[in-house]
Design a protein around this ligand. Structure first.
Ligand code: SAH
Ligand code: SF4
Ligand code: F3S
Length: 453
């Protein structure tokens, strides 16, 4: 640990891009800097240290870093604000950041966060920009402090990092490194700390979260059951999973463990076997259908989410039609869909038959229209029903709280502030713009999670 000379509270602003793993990492960076006197603030203006926690997944995400750095530069020049770039762009393009934005003080990859105090101290001594993009993933979790209790009723917990799957379009195996599973005991310890700090729901995170395995070879199903025994923990979720790692024990946990919520984000990317093969996904569309079949038999009210890429190199009209067919057949409660974005260093970026931009646009519009219809229909079907809602935080209007149904639908309802952190039976009255409008039916008794008919 490094001692800082001044006892003054220093202001820390972290801006987070990308996936939930980055959200979790941002919280841990704040934790690791807290003992040095850094307290989080909402805006970069007036901050002593600004960290951009970046995402490399698509070109647009990646380019945001440089435009944001351009905006922050005057702050640095005026107030001496220290600038740090963390996350996946830092990992992939550390040297380029220092070349394009030499005023940046610290560049650190996702596996170096425990060394943040040291790097910040070095930069503040004027020792030049500090770059750390090493890959000691096993060391990181051992050296980060216990998480602060600041996550609220719904908390994230990273249990797995990295990816060995090398889908041909994806940068993650390069930015996050090989698959690594944290050990079960340290995960349970962190989960208990989160629950002691007020968490009622924990979302287990990993780039391939269902590739998690313990030292005795147990998988995610066993871990879910282990964590479900924690008193006070009401809900467990996990994301993002891969179809290839969906084993019987995990499917069985969906059938048997009531704390495991009936919602699953399982990316499929495409409905065409030729494209799935070119993507190196390691499964066919029918394999995905079969997995969904097993899951739905295990948990009939399971709501599904997925990721899709349109315009992967070589994708024909017929390939795309198969994606639409798969979506129509399965039915998703929500989904994310993207135009293929060629990423430097990935095999697919070198394929010559790239799909023209206007074709990608048209396919994305068609797919998103279909997915939106499915999402609207799914939400509409909840209206009139009474469902357990975990209330998390103040809603947009005074007197309201916002929360989630078991199927991850956002709900708002009039509720006393004391209802935050409780699971309450709530009647869904109407569809609002981005959430469901509900009325708490019985606020005196905490609702048990139950299955829908
Ligand atoms: N590990 C997860 C997803 C990680 S990235 C999985 O295997 O599914 C999140 C999503 O971003 C991916 O599911 C994919 O749909 C999208 N994505 C990744 N690389 C992309 C690229 N080069 N262009 C467009 N979308 C991409
Ligand atoms: Fe990327 Fe594929 Fe790994 Fe997911 S499984 S992180 S899409 S390489
Ligand atoms: Fe982006 Fe890195 Fe997550 S590339 S999606 S922040 S793992």
């Amino acid at each position: 640990m490094v001692d800082f000379p001044s006892g003054r509270v220093k202001k820390l602003h972290i801006k987070t891009y990308g996936c939930q793993m980055n959200v979790y990492d941002s919280a841990r960076m704040a934790d690791v800097l807290a003992p040095l006197g850094y307290a989080p603030v909402d805006a970069p203006e007036g901050a002593d240290l600004v960290i951009l926690n970046t995402c490399h997944i698509r070109e647009k995400a990646s380019e945001k870093v440089f435009s944001e750095l351009g905006r922050l530069r005057p702050l640095k020049e005026r107030d001496g604000t220290m600038l740090a770039v963390a996350g996946c762009v830092a990992q992939a393009e550390g040297e380029e950041i220092l070349a394009r934005a030499p005023y940046v003080d610290v560049v650190l990859g996702p596996q170096a966060y425990h060394r943040l105090p040291e790097l910040v101290a070095r930069a503040s001594r004027g020792a030049g920009a500090a770059l750390d993009t090493d890959f000691p993933v096993d060391v990181k979790f051992d050296h980060l402090p216990a998480p602060s209790a600041s996550q609220g009723p719904s908390a994230f917990l990273t249990i797995q990092e990295g990816c060995d799957k090398f889908c041909t379009f994806c940068v993650v195996p390069y930015t996050r490194g090989a698959e690594f599973s944290r050990d079960g005991a340290s995960i349970e310890r962190e989960a208990r700390q989160l629950v002691d700090g007020g968490a009622r729901e924990i979302t287990l995170l990993g780039q391939n979260v269902n590739a998690w395995h313990g030292t005795d070879g147990e998988g995610l199903g066993a871990l879910v059951r282990r964590l479900a025994r924690i008193d006070g923990l009401a809900r467990i979720r996990y994301t993002t999973s891969h179809p290839r790692d969906m084993d019987d024990a995990l499917v069985a946990a969906h059938a048997e463990e009531p704390k495991l919520m009936p919602f699953l984000h399982l990316p499929v990317q495409s409905g065409s076997d030729a494209i799935l093969d070119a993507m190196n996904r390691g499964h066919t569309a029918d394999h995905f259908r079969a997995i969904i079949g097993r899951l739905r038999r295990a948990r009939p009210d399971l709501a599904l989410s997925s990721d899709f890429i349109v315009g992967f190199p070589g994708e024909s009209d017929d390939d795309f039609a198969r994606t639409m067919e798969l979506v129509r057949e399965i039915g998703f409660a929500q989904a994310f869909s993207f135009k293929y974005s060629p990423r430097p260093g990935t095999p697919a970026a070198l394929i010559e038959r790239q799909v023209p931009e206007e074709v990608k646009d048209a396919r994305l519009a068609a797919l998103q229209a279909l997915l939106k219809d499915q999402q609207d229909a799914f939400n509409a079907a909840t209206v009139g029903r009474t469902v357990p809602v975990l209330f998390e935080k103040p809603g947009r209007h005074p007197g309201q709280l916002a929360g989630k149904t078991p199927w991850l639908q956002a709900v708002h309802a009039l509720a006393p502030a004391t209802a935050a952190g409780q699971v309450l039976e709530t009647k869904i009255m109407a569809l609002a713009v981005n959430s469901l409008a509900g009325v708490i039916v019985d606020s005196s008794v905490e609702a048990g999670e139950r299955r829908s008919a």
